[in-house]
Design a protein around this ligand. Structure first.
Ligand code: XLS
Ligand code: NI
Ligand code: NI
Length: 436
């Protein structure tokens, strides 16, 4: 029996000319794009926290959303929340969702009570996944909201907090495994510092590395086949976060021997906060062999913080997907909408409308990206730009067969005087604009 929370049970695809706000105009899951169904290319997931746990607070104001499951301080409310959540996943036709422990269960005070409440909701999720065919893209632990985490989780100066973090991650990994999750994410919201004055960087790095190694060991022990992913972010809530960006996370993984075990979950808004573009972070992760999944959202360009709005800029999204497709597309990862409606968007249908717009934006972006690659002008240009390196001699240089002296001798004996060539930026921008 439906809860009747949403005005429709299923959002149809009606094509580009539809003006129905509760219909897709560009996301037709069965459309084939680069040899795969659109649904399998995009692998959409809804973020449980933003759509069902967020109450509409901001730093200056309290809750604005009056949902029938608020206050979600008991199992009955948590169950109703789960019912509505799965109704929305089904209405949108998304194949996946993602959640933190604290999003789905009430806070009953002790670790043990919370674990039991959490596992009871996970049981409900298991039945609902079975019934609806919706799967889990990733599970994660909320190691940042409760006051116990204020000085960090694995990086806390108090070893008992480290233990509590480990116990929480274990519980969440067990649940993710049980639900057939494709990935498990660690986002270190409080793994950083407010002031360097009270912080020992070296110790905190060692603690965080040790925790991640324990997570990887445990994953193998229980036979979890999902990817373990770290989600980079430079700051907020901490003034400085250790998982600053993709390159920083890669250095951390190398330092702790985890570069072949752990991948990255890249969020649009975090990339911008780090002073990068989304596509930079994606391309960097691919170059380093650690690309895993994306959190799709956008930040307000004026406010300078992680506003987690739904994406609506097709050219930007197209560029991001063009790099994902060039890397072969998603394997276990997907497009998780780490996005929330604004606190004035009070209506149940606003949740649907937000996701519909975002899914249409992503569909248009992915189709544009596929067209750019199928056209070939752009990737061929880049390939060509480096073609001088393809000969045996220059490959040998890269392979270490030539040293600095030999290189210097070559320049003089052959009279090498390189002639600069145009980088063609505007030409390439115009080429890509043909597809968006
Ligand atoms: C916060 C993060 C968070 C992670 C999951 O900025 O994006 O939502 O995705 O803990
Ligand atoms: Ni975020
Ligand atoms: Ni995120």
């Amino acid at each position: 029996m439906s809860t009747g929370f949403f005005p429709v049970e299923r959002v149809p695809y009606e094509g580009p000319n539809s003006t129905n706000p509760l219909a897709f105009r560009h996301y037709n899951p069965d459309e084939m794009v680069m040899g795969k169904r659109l649904e399998d290319q995009l692998r959409f997931a809804v973020a449980y926290w933003h759509s069902f746990a967020y109450e509409g607070l901001d730093p200056f104001g309290g809750p604005t959303f009056q949902r029938p499951w608020f206050p979600a301080n008991n199992q009955k409310a948590a169950k109703l929340k789960a019912d509505v959540a799965f109704e929305m996943f089904t209405a949108l036709g998304v194949p996946f969702y993602a959640f933190h422990d604290a999003d789905i269960r009430p806070d009953l005070g002790s670790f043990k009570e919370n674990r039991k409440a959490y596992e009871a909701i996970v049981d409900i999720f298991a039945a609902k996944q079975e019934e609806t065919g919706v799967g889990l893209l990733w599970g994660t632990a909320n190691l940042f909201s409760h006051r116990r985490w204020m000085a960090g989780a694995s990086t806390n100066p108090d070893p008992e907090v480290f233990a509590y973090a480990g116990a929480t991650i274990k519980t969440c990994l067990d649940a993710t495994h049980r639900l057939g999750g494709q990935n498990y994410v660690l986002w270190g919201g409080r793994e950083g510092y407010e002031t360097l004055l009270n912080t020992d960087l070296k110790r905190e790095d060692d603690q965080m590395g040790r925790m991640l190694n324990m997570v990887v060991d445990y994953k193998h022990k229980i036979g979890f086949k999902g990817q373990i992913m770290v989600e980079p972010k430079p700051q907020e809530p901490s003034k400085h976060q250790y998982d600053y960006d993709v390159a920083t996370v890669y250095g951390f993984l190398k330092r702790h021997g985890l570069e072949n075990e752990v991948k990255v979950n890249i969020e649009q808004g975090h990339a911008i906060l780090a002073g990068h573009s989304f596509e930079h972070e994606i391309a960097m992760a691919q170059a380093l062999g650690v690309f895993g999944s994306i959190d799709m959202n956008r930040n307000d360009y004026q406010s300078g913080w992680d506003t987690d709005q739904f994406p609506n800029n097709v050219p930007e999204v197209a560029l991001a997907y063009s790099y994902i497709l060039q890397g072969g597309g998603f394997t276990q990862g997907g497009t998780n909408f780490d996005s929330r409606i604004r606190r004035q968007s009070l209506d149940a249908e606003d949740l649907l409308i937000a996701h519909i717009g975002a899914m249409d934006t992503c569909a248009r972006g992915l189709k544009a990206a596929a067209a750019m690659l199928e056209d070939g002008t752009w990737p061929n240009f880049v390939e060509n730009r480096y073609s001088g390196w393809n000969s045996d001699y220059w490959q040998g240089v890269l392979a270490g067969k030539v040293g600095l002296e030999a290189l210097a001798a070559k320049v003089e004996t052959e009279g090498i005087e390189p002639e600069p060539v145009s980088g063609k930026q505007e030409y390439l921008e115009n080429v890509l604009n043909r597809f968006v």
